[in-house]
Design a protein around this ligand. Structure first.
Ligand code: HEC
Length: 111
């Protein structure tokens, strides 16, 4: 009986790790998907603007920020001419991941 219970607990905790808890790991997502352009901790690179202290992120609603992540901002929609590339649309990213990232961006922008 104890043994069966033990397996149940292991299975349950695995479900948690691979489920929503993983999807909401905004810092990890940011590091792998955003930091290559926006810099570690959103401190900017030569390719993309900083998220730390970012005015657009501070002033915009969660929906507006989510739209930039989802749809990107390239070509005529680009705002900053000093960066050679645009913001690529994150087409395969889930809504849960995007909203977790929006929360993380708000934290960075407030720094
Ligand atoms: C290939 C490089 C690249 C990657 C990867 C990237 N971005 Fe961007 N991002 C840019 C560039 C360049 C801009 C500026 C576009 C412009 O000129 O308006 C930008 C702009 C933004 C903006 C608007 C900032 C502002 O000041 O208006 C947000 C928000 C943003 N990115 C979030 C993200 C998030 C979140 C990720 C990770 C999922 C990400 N970006 C990944 C290059 C990138």
């Amino acid at each position: 009986m104890k043994r069966i219970l033990g397996i149940g607990v292991v299975a349950l905790s695995f479900a948690f790790v691979s489920g929503p808890a993983f999807a909401a790991d905004a810092a990890g997502l940011y590091k792998s998907k955003c930091a290559p352009c926006h810099g570690a901790e959103g401190a900017s690179t030569a390719m993309a603007p900083a998220h730390k202290g970012n005015q657009f992120v501070k002033a915009s609603s969660a929906d507006q920020i989510a739209a930039v992540i989802k749809d990107g901002r390239e070509g005529a929609a680009k705002k900053y001419k000093q960066y050679p590339i645009g913001m690529p649309a994150q087409k395969t990213m889930s809504d849960a991941d995007i909203s977790a990232l929006v929360g993380y961006l708000k934290e960075l922008a407030a720094k």
